[in-house]
Design a protein around this ligand. Structure first.
Ligand code: ACO
Length: 319
């Protein structure tokens, strides 16, 4: 049996910080409302002209440095994003060019906030099967471009950023299992229902969300996929060393941890100063906890996410 293993992780945040106080001066909101309902105090916002592939490049270079690999080693790039630089080429192909990678496949995966877990699951299959020897898996978003900054119900929630991992084949796990789900019937509760058609904008270009419906869906879906992951691997929640969740809302995160029987101290959170960075949030949190020494070799780590689609999923791995 062959597995894939994460051998490097990296992340990148744009320089500009937008605090809740900054938002207070633009829309009718308050730091207290935002922090109490979500756990967010500030987020990063990309500069004009700073694209998803630029953030992805910086995160990738850090992950490659930790892994000790160069562009010549990479033979697969999977980028999870909802905010590609342009319609095509894909952000993965643009990243491939920026990195100077000359071979292998490169493609995007679109599962909104679950995107990184989807991308990791896809790349895991390629690497564990022996088809690819060195995969770069990235979650990168300039989500700020999908926000109506006058809509207080949505603009306070999100931020921009990128995270990346390098996957290599391994005789020992590595990634133990991945679990992916989608429920297209629920797509309307969280959507950007617009596009460009024949040169004309059609529909609505900004995030629309039924916050309470998303909240209820997220808690239910994450409970389901966490149970599925535990059952599949024959373990209990208390066996998990670190929960690295998608960072949408602290109340969703803590509800999931509680259902798993995990104390808050074993949950990695970044949303206070990053907000919800969609597909980037899981690798951003993973990078933080690896680099600050919380996640150690041998630790059992569960990644989970839920997002537009609706989509949700998890990955269990031995660090
Ligand atoms: N500042 C001040 N007041 C606000 C703001 C704001 N930023 N946003 C909404 N309000 C107001 C509303 O207008 C409403 O006022 P009203 O009663 O006069 O109409 C009041 O606050 C309550 O609004 P609700 O939507 O009921 O607030 P709720 O307690 O549900 O919190 C929230 C909203 C934080 C969005 C919550 O529903 C939530 O977190 N849902 C999950 C959504 C989520 O995480 N989305 C991220 C993307 S999806 C994902 O990543 C999984």
């Amino acid at each position: 049996m062959s597995y894939s293993r994460i051998v490097g992780v990296g992340s990148y945040l744009p320089a500009r910080v937008v605090t809740n106080q900054d938002l207070e001066s633009r829309i009718e909101t308050s730091d207290e409302w935002i922090f109490q309902r979500t756990g967010i105090r500030s987020r990063r916002v990309a500069a004009q002209g700073e694209q998803t592939s630029d953030l992805a490049l910086q995160a990738s270079l850090k992950a490659m440095e930790m892994a000790g690999v160069t562009a010549a080693d990479i033979d697969l790039i999977v980028v999870a994003t909802t905010t590609p630089d342009i319609v095509f080429p894909s952000s993965a192909c643009i990243l491939q060019r920026k990195l100077g990678v000359k071979r292998g496949a490169a493609f995007d995966v679109q599962a909104v906030c679950t995107g990184f877990v989807y991308a990791l699951a896809v790349a895991d299959k390629f690497v564990a099967s022996g088809q690819n020897k060195c995969a770069l898996v990235v979650g990168a978003e300039v989500f700020s471009r999908l926000l109506d900054w006058n809509d207080r119900r949505t603009c306070v929630l999100f931020g921009d950023g990128a995270g990346a991992v390098v996957l290599k084949p391994s005789e020992t796990p590595g990634i133990l299992s991945t679990h992916l789900h989608a429920e297209g019937d629920q797509g309307d509760i969280l959507t950007v229902p617009g596009t460009v058609h024949g040169g004309e904008q059609q529909g609505h270009p900004f995030v629309q969300m039924d916050g309470q419906a998303v909240f209820r869906f997220a808690v239910r879906a994450l409970d389901q996929v966490c149970r599925e992951t535990l059952e599949h691997n024959g373990i209990k929640g208390s066996d998990i060393d670190w929960l690295v969740p998608h960072q949408a809302n602290i109340r969703i995160i803590l509800a999931t941890a509680q259902k798993l029987g995990m104390p808050p101290e074993r949950v990695v959170t970044t949303l206070e100063h990053q907000g919800n960075t969609s597909a980037a949030s899981v690798p951003l949190a993973l990078d933080l906890a690896v680099r600050d020494g919380r996640i150690q070799p041998g630790h059992l780590v569960m990644l989970e996410a839920v997002g537009g689609g609706m989509t949700w999923g998890s990955a269990l791995l031995r660090w």
